[in-house]
Design a protein around this ligand. Structure first.
Ligand code: NDP
Length: 321
């Protein structure tokens, strides 16, 4: 497993991160969740991503329990703040000083950890002054509760404004967490160039388009049992836009490319996002340990330019830019 630096910081993270959205505390039982974390650790993954809002707090609890016996210094743990967990009072959401300060304490309690490595603004808050948000994050860092600060799904101007304020507050934003895959390339024209200029990395989510790029969903065929597309806890709603016959037909055209590289289609999808040097890590989910063992083999893969072009040609009509 290869490591990359997170933004212009000294923190090294594994280029494949295990993320537990929709799985821990929800789609999968706790023993399977623990087995997935074990498989990740055994394969050399040391970086884990969760959020306070995943499974209404349960995802942080399950991940914290699964990592409890590990040496803390050997792990990089990421969580997030923005959406409410539990009661939805007026101050239980957004990026006010109050919600950030309460959010980090609640996350640390659920994770049963003294600090997280990366604390991320899960979205941009259009209602709270950015000065207040950034000052609160600076205080979280100075209190030692988070070592680094990142954001998620901020646009280029928001990244510029946030980074300028962070630097004025004595710290830096190190990362942005956007959706990015061979099918979803929205960050390429503006967010990536701005991030390079600002010293920030992308920590990318759904690199497999929620499993669609693994090629297991076939156009016109029944949905595979036990997949996200059949998950009644919420997964089937989040994946539904990708389950379009045209998209699924184009995805099948990637099979010869994967075969030529000796990769599974899941591995090809993960390797594709890692070809971009501004991507520090691919946040990869898994509902069973065998998937983790397969997916980690995408680390270190180089895709030649002509095969990158073949992927573009196959997917072009379905790509969101
Ligand atoms: P992926 O695109 O990696 O999809 C993962 C899902 O695909 C798995 O849960 C599994 O679902 C299926 N899968 C995984 N490996 C294989 C395989 N080898 N073969 C076939 N199917 C496979 O990413 P996610 O959508 O899970 O997101 C990853 C992480 O990104 C999250 O855990 C979270 O940390 C982060 N995230 C952040 C967001 C944000 O707003 N910042 C939003 C969403 C995610 P199944 O087996 O059930 O079909």
């Amino acid at each position: 497993m290869e490591y990359r630096y997170l933004g212009r910081s000294g923190l090294k993270i594994t280029e494949i991160t295990y993320g537990n959205w929709l799985t821990h505390g929800s789609q999968v039982e706790n023993d399977v969740a623990t087995a997935c974390v074990r498989a990740a650790l055994d394969a050399g993954i040391t970086t884990f991503d969760t959020a306070d809002a995943y499974a209404n707090g349960a995802a942080e609890e399950v991940l914290g329990a699964a990592l409890a016996s590990e040496r803390r210094e050997s792990l990089e743990v990421f969580t997030k703040v923005y959406w409410p967990v539990g009661p939805k009072g007026p101050n239980d959401t957004g990026l006010s000083r109050k919600h950030i300060m309460e959010g980090i304490n609640n996350s640390l309690r659920r994770l049963n950890m003294d600090y997280v490595d990366l604390y991320q603004a899960h979205r941009f808050d259009y209602e709270t002054p950015l000065e207040e948000t950034i000052a609160a994050f600076g205080d979280v860092v100075r209190a030692g509760k988070a070592l680094y600060i990142g954001v998620s799904e901020w646009n280029a101007q928001q990244l510029r404004d946030g980074q300028a304020l962070a630097r004025a507050n004595g710290f830096s934003l190190v990362s942005n967490q956007p959706q990015y895959s061979a099918l979803w390339r929205v960050i390429e024209p503006e967010v990536i160039p701005a991030s390079i200029e600002l010293g920030m990395s992308q920590v990318v989510w759904s690199p497999m388009a929620q499993g669609v790029l693994s090629g297991k969903y076939l156009p016109g065929a029944p949905l595979p049992a036990g997949s996200r597309a059949t998950d009644e806890h919420g997964g089937k709603n989040t994946i539904k836009d990708y389950l379009d016959d045209q998209i699924l037909t184009n995805v099948q055209k990637l099979r010869p490319v994967a075969d030529e590289l000796g990769l599974s289609m899941a591995q090809l999808a993960i390797a594709w996002v890692l070809q971009n040097e501004n991507v520090a890590t691919a946040l990869v989910g898994a509902s069973r340990p065998e998937q983790v063992a397969e997916n980690v083999k995408a680390s270190g893969v180089k895709i030649p330019a002509e095969l990158m072009a073949a992927i573009d040609t196959a997917l072009a009509p379905s790509v969101v830019n």
